[in-house]
Design a protein around this ligand. Structure first.
Ligand code: NAD
Length: 686
């Protein structure tokens, strides 16, 4: 019997089967909630029904709330009302899970009286990723099943667990054969009904918590949770729930949930979520833009970047040939890759077999000719235009005509690289971030002549290797490094005027970055892009490099590092700053934290606005993604452009104008900001 557009109710003997089919992921929309509530009521009133199976069609069990309903008035029944109906059913309800039971989906399964899933299913409460927490009993019911410690881990990480683990933890009662979920769920329901025991409700179970758990958990995760509100709300909900009767504990959870939902962090994280969906939509690329098959990949250069880039493809089973100039460099590159995989295996993230499979995808070579049959070649050699041009000339002769040839350059003009080939339409930038096997960002740089099918192929490939691909235009530093340069210029300027590097780092860390600009430089290496031959003490960085202080790898840069790589401000660096100031900055003054923050962050926003205005980025949220995924901008602040919108563009405009008056041209206001303010609009409106 059809209950509504997405819900049916059938009978198999004494078992009622409620099936929901609401593509794409059976999110718990109004229609779904209404359908299930109505079907439950009918099954409850039907004396021929002994038990109920709740199952989904399509590719998954309920994969969460309908996020498009957020912020709108709730239409009854809300999820909690539906849960009440299910939990209070006079007959057992069995949740039959395939795909994923996530968020509200798992919370709904937790009010059923039994749970069965196929081996490929996953269960999780990922709300924290949107700056939220479970708001429909998850923080109260999950700990009663898997224990408070494991529940805290699951809810604060948001990571789902496999069916096997869920069964081990008691979250699932049974595992069904992959193709037989419905039949086995019906059999399970029949067995529970026949048993006639009182209905097992999770809420009736005791919540046992080991002494000192909450403080220990906070302590252990202090770094990870820094600045974030949702994890603390989750911990608090479980902790406070212990002393409360169950219904009050649910109300308490709800209040904590609502505070997060209305808060700035969740709004920012939802923006990021939608930004990611948007990024894959590129103007000019349509569903019928052809995508080229990428079967074999070549990487030139097995240094810091080349090795990590190659791993991305080996991870998805694509064969990769890595070419170096010297055997020693090649061996070293391959050794580092193997070590990375083995470290993952030690942490239990890969099996020994997977390590072997991935290594088997990689072939080293000293001959560029070995790239002749590659569909994609990515160059990651030294950052010098002449070196890259020479390489592209040779590649052009070797690579098959249809092959895409990409450069991983950080700053160079990709048109200048493309023009030395006979196939500029097949050239683009694929700008990975270090470590390239870990960082999720990939800037896909469209050069003047890049063919749309090449761009579309790169976008599809980014998705395949698990990257967040953002299409950007060709200019100095593209989106990320261009804004980074603007940030560095201000970081250095405030230090010349009177602040110290650690002041700047502290302010930026307090804003939510994991590290400040100078700490980041020490980590990357002060000598990246530095040339000994032309170095003349023209910046503090050059002075430090000339002293052999290249950052963490040499034990010191702006900071000194102990064996555990713990930093302390370096007196040598401080002296260098003072000497440099004396020569170039005039009288040092006190630079307030507010000024540091404004100058560093507003310089970025202004540059971002220019990038948008020039069409280098397609939308402001793409810039946000670049900075969140490539440079550690705190996701809960939504990215630099989103953050500027939340501050208010009129405020940003006024501050930039004031900075322009005191600090000159670098702060010349982006005409885009001026226009938007005049129109009463913000970046998000574009
Ligand atoms: P690297 O010095 O670690 O590695 C470069 C490797 O290329 C060396 O092993 C070298 O032997 C090899 N090589 C040089 N010329 C070659 C040739 N003709 N054929 C084959 N191999 C050759 O440098 P890296 O840090 O890996 O940087 C590589 C590129 O990636 C640069 O363009 C850089 O700007 C860019 N990049 C670097 C980072 C980073 O953080 N390191 C991030 C993004 C992009």
């Amino acid at each position: 019997m059809r209950i509504n557009d997405c819900t049916t109710l059938e009978r198999d003997g004494g078992i009622a089967i409620i099936t929901v089919d609401s593509p794409p992921v059976n999110s718990l929309s109004v229609a779904v909630r209404k359908g299930v509530a109505e079907a439950m009521m009918q099954a409850a009133g039907d004396s021929a029904v002994a038990a109920v199976v709740l199952i989904c069609g399509g590719r998954t069990f309920f994969a969460g709330a309908d996020i498009t309903e957020f912020g709108k008035p709730v239409i009854e029944p809300d999820l909690r009302a539906l849960q009440q109906i299910v939990e209070d059913m006079p007959k057992p309800v069995i949740a039959a899970i395939h795909g994923a039971a996530l968020g509200g989906g798992l919370e709904l399964a937790l009010v059923a009286h039994g749970r069965i899933a196929v081996p490929s299913a996953q269960c999780g409460l990922p709300e924290v990723r949107l700056g939220l927490m479970p708001g429909a009993g998850g923080t109260q019911r999950l700990p009663r099943v898997v224990g408070a410690a494991r529940a805290l881990e699951m809810m604060t990480s948001g990571d789902p667990i496999s069916a096997a683990e869920a069964a081990r933890l008691g979250l699932l009662d049974r595992i069904a054969d992959e193709g037989a979920l419905r039949d086995e769920a019906v059999a399970f329901a029949r067995a529970v009904a026949a048993d006639g025991a009182p209905l097992a409700r999770i809420r009736d179970r005791p919540l046992v918590v080991e002494q000192g758990l909450f403080d220990a958990f906070r302590e252990a995760n202090g770094r990870k949770f820094r600045g974030l509100m949702a994890p603390e709300s989750i911990i608090r909900s479980v902790e406070q729930g212990i002393a409360l009767p169950f219904p009050q504990a649910l109300e308490n959870e709800r209040a904590l949930f609502c505070a997060l939902l209305e808060g700035a962090q969740s709004a920012a994280l939802r923006h990021v979520f939608f930004a990611q969906r948007q990024a894959a939509k590129v103007d000019a690329i349509s569903a019928d833009t052809p995508i080229r098959p990428i079967i074999r990949v070549g990487v030139v250069g097995a240094g810091t970047m080349g090795g990590g880039i190659a791993m991305n493809f080996a991870n998805v089973g694509l064969p990769v040939t890595i070419v170096e100039t010297r055997q020693e460099a090649l061996d070293r590159g391959l050794r580092i890759i193997r070590r990375n995989y083995e470290n993952s295996a030690k942490k239990g993230k890969l099996t020994a077999e997977q390590v072997a499979q991935r290594m088997a995808c990689l072939t080293g070579s000293l001959a560029l000719e070995d790239l002749a049959d590659c569909d994609l070649v990515i160059e990651a050699v030294f950052e010098q235009l002449d070196v890259k041009q020479e390489l592209f000339r040779r590649l052009d002769l070797i690579a098959k005509p249809s092959a895409i040839v990409a450069t991983n350059t950080s700053y160079l003009d990709i048109d200048r690289i493309a023009e030395v080939t006979g196939r500029p339409e097949n050239v683009l930038g694929l700008h990975f971030f270090s470590p390239a096997n870990v960082m999720r960002l990939l800037e896909i740089v469209k050069a003047a002549k890049t063919d749309l099918s090449v761009l579309a192929t790169a976008v599809a490939l980014a998705k395949k290797i698990g990257k967040i691909g953002v299409v950007v235009g060709n200019c100095y530093g593209f989106v990320g490094n261009r804004m980074l340069a603007a940030r560095h210029a201000q970081a250095e300027a405030v230090v010349t005027e009177g602040a110290l590097p650690w002041d700047v780092d502290r302010v930026i860390r307090d804003f939510g970055f994991a590290m400040g600009p100078f700490e980041m430089r020490d980590l990357v290496g002060l000598d990246v892009g530095w040339n000994r031959a032309t170095s003349s003490g023209a910046t503090v960085r050059e002075m430090l490099n000339e002293m052999g202080r290249h950052g963490q790898k040499t034990g010191g840069g702006y900071y000194d590092y102990d064996e555990k790589r713990q930093p302390t401000p370096s007196p040598i660096a401080e002296q260098a700053v003072l000497d440099f100031s004396e020569r170039h900055g005039g009288q040092r003054r006190i630079v307030s934290d507010e000024e540091i923050r404004d100058r560093v962050l507003l310089a970025m926003v202004n540059e971002g606005a220019k990038i948008l205005d020039e069409g280098i980025a397609q939308r402001s949220s793409d810039i946000d993604l670049v900075w969140i995924n490539g440079y550690g901008w705190p996701a809960y602040r939504g990215g630099p452009m989103y953050w500027a919108d939340t501050v208010g563009l009129p405020v940003i405009r006024d501050k930039l104008k004031a900075l322009h008056a005191t600090h000159g041209e670098v702060f010349r206001l982006s005409p885009l900001i001026e226009r938007l303010v005049a129109q009463g609009k913000d970046f998000a409106s574009l």
